[in-house]
Design a protein around this ligand. Structure first.
Ligand SMILES: Cc1cc2nc3c(=O)[nH]c(=O)nc-3n(C[C@H](O)[C@H](O)[C@H](O)COP(=O)(O)OP(=O)(O)OC[C@H]3O[C@@H](n4cnc5c(N)ncnc54)[C@H](O)[C@@H]3O)c2cc1C
Length: 556
């Protein structure tokens, strides 16, 4: 749907201020950055994670007393989908050395490295292999690739600064020192990054970066990476993939080590058991919980399952008290609500503007500060652009990109978004995009260390399901690198563990029984069940009439 006449009228104000903004941008002028104190105040006043009543202390489990978003409390304080007393753990459907849970970037990288270290691997994933946040990544991947102009030292400092200096230093160290070799690994596997005519990797700026360090494959970087590593995994003899098979519970042995998982076949609606010597959790994030009622950029299966799987085994959670809202999610047309408009647009020169066509924030502020400034403009001081459905947003002045870099520059860098908006009747080389923050990234997650280990022996974790690498706020381009660095680390160490340290023992679901006991004592409603596996957008009235709403499946 093209912009209606009221919005077209308001676009004229953007066009009026554009020549002066363009002139200043060409002279190197940027909107002044917030000081540290201003940034803190802006977050406190306008960031959704700081809003009163948005967090609540957990009542049960290993992080009892830690305050997390209400929507995360809901899944962490809930009953298992299975009754441990009705599961026969002697019936094993598959046996493997390493079970990887999740078929996104972290899981696939982990599987590749585990296989290279001699392990037989099963990847169990909820939907198809590659249906994941990784495949949707657009903005790029951070790594130092220009020694002399950049160094892991600056990458380290930028990452800490973005995370409010709360990140776990050892995790950041591993991220930034491993990143250059991971970039080479990707190129070696066949990932086609954008290059200059002389064959050097192109590098870009994203928010919070003091050096140009972002590498891209046009605006489909995640697709290009996922395509390559998925092909690689599918061609390895030692890796088997179980699709449409989400894990619903981890299984431990009597010594408390992780020894497999219970899976649910989405097709036959049966539960089945995979026994493994080591397990890697790589289930990604939780955007589909719609924290704070926000729309999301995340894929359909991003329901935070790994958090509860790990939590029921006793792993603590961390850094979940802040969520990442990407500053620029589309709000028009309605069918694109929440859709990511990558930070690369701002890196390429697109300004953020209020209803008067005025800039109000430095476009390269870290995401949390930028998102809070947009919310301030729309909600705090009423300078947002209203839509017919009652929302308000700000303009992202995409036509600046061609004006700054020459005609055709936008289409070359953002062909996906250009085509998409063209279908709606909006030419983003000529008209700005209407945007508002959208729920994007789970800043925190399960506690783990630089070896990919969790507090449960034999259980490893990697990617968006974990917490600590990014502190309280992640920088753009750092997650793709995080999932590959720690996916590889977890895969390697899980394979070595499976080879050397495993002791056979009886399998149990006693950790689930213990967790249920805590829930019972706290009087938690038995209808609260997780992992939720898929978000349910059906109308509650219709849902109430469905006979199958409480159907839990059978056992294979
Ligand atoms: C639209 C978008 C754009 C982004 N752009 C960038 C970017 O440009 N640069 C950047 O660095 N980061 C970006 N990010 C963030 C980044 O892509 C993700 O944080 C990262 O890819 C997560 O990787 P992962 O492997 O941890 O999770 P995912 O890639 O999401 O994979 C998780 C997998 O686990 C599966 N799964 C979930 N639950 C279960 C279960 N119970 N059992 C079995 N399988 C399960 C899922 O189906 C999925 O296959 C973007 C994110 C989005 C949504």
């Amino acid at each position: 749907m093209a912009y209606p006449s009221e919005l077209k009228q308001l676009i004229k104000r953007v066009e009026e201020t554009r020549p002066l903004r363009l002139k200043k941008k060409r002279q190197g002028w940027d909107y002044p950055r917030l000081s540290l104190a201003e940034k803190e105040n802006r977050l406190k006043e306008f960031h959704p994670s700081y809003k009163e009543g948005s967090l609540r202390e957990l009542k049960v489990g290993s992080s009892k007393g830690y305050a997390v978003p209400l929507e995360i409390c809901e899944i962490l304080e809930s009953w298992s989908r299975i009754d441990p007393d009705h599961i026969d753990l002697s019936k094993i459907a598959y046996k493997t050395d390493v079970l990887v849970i999740g078929g996104g970037g972290a899981g696939t990288a982990a599987a590749l490295l585990a296989e290279e270290h001699g392990a037989k691997v099963i990847i169990a994933t909820k939907l198809r292999h590659g249906d994941a946040n990784t495949i949707m990544a657009e903005g790029g991947i951070q790594a130092v690739s220009r020694p002399g102009k950049d160094s892991p030292y600056y990458h380290y400092l930028d990452t800490l600064g973005g995370g409010h200096f709360k990140n776990i230093p050892q995790l950041v160290y591993t991220l930034v020192t491993e990143a250059p070799s991971v970039l080479q690994w990707l190129e070696g596997l066949g990932v086609m990054f954008d290059k200059t005519p002389d064959g050097n990797l192109k590098v870009f700026h994203l928010g919070g970066m003091s050096r140009k360090r972002d590498h891209v494959a046009a605006d489909i970087t995640g697709t290009e990476i996922m395509r390559t590593i998925r092909d690689e995994a599918r061609n390895r003899r030692g890796i088997r993939v179980l699709e449409f098979s989400p894990v619903v519970e981890l299984v431990l042995n009597e010594q408390g080590r992780c020894a497999g998982a219970l899976l649910y076949d989405l097709e036959t609606e049966e539960y089945f058991l995979v026994k493994a010597k080591a397990v890697i959790l790589a289930t990604g994030g939780s955007g589909r919980l719609h924290i704070g009622g926000f729309p999301t950029t995340n894929h359909y299966g991003a329901t935070g399952d790994g958090l509860i799987l790990g939590y029921r085994c006793g792993i603590e959670v961390c850094f979940l008290h802040t969520s990442q809202y990407h500053p620029t999610g589309a709000i028009f047309p309605e069918q694109a609500d929440g859709l990511l408009i990558s930070e690369k647009f701002r890196g390429a020169g697109a300004h953020l503007l209020n209803i008067d066509g005025e800039q109000f924030v430095c476009e390269t502020e870290p995401r949390d500060a930028c998102a809070s400034s947009i919310i301030r403009e729309c909600v705090g001081i009423g300078k947002g652009i209203p839509t017919a459905s009652g929302k308000a947003g700000v303009w992202l002045d995409s036509p600046m990109i061609d004006l700054l870099h020459g005609e055709g520059a936008l289409i070359k860098q953002f062909v996906g978004k250009y085509k998409l908006f063209k279908r709606y009747g909006i030419d983003i080389t000529k008209e700005p995009i209407l945007v508002y923050p959208t729920l994007h990234y789970q800043n925190g997650g399960l506690k783990f260390n630089e070896n990919g280990e969790t507090s449960v022996l034999g259980l490893y974790a990697a990617g968006e399901v974990t917490g600590g690498v990014h502190g309280e706020n992640r920088l753009g381009g750092n997650s793709l690198m995080d999932v590959l660095v720690f996916g590889r680390v977890a895969g390697t160490n899980a394979a070595l563990y499976a080879r050397e340290k495993v002791e056979e023992d009886r399998l149990t679901l006693d950790h689930v029984r213990r967790f249920h006991e805590e829930l019972r004592k706290e009087g938690v409603d038995r209808k609260k069940i997780s992992p939720i596996l898929l978000p349910d957008y059906s109308n509650p009235l219709i849902k109430g009439r469905q006979l199958t709403t409480m159907y839990q499946g059978t056992i294979r």
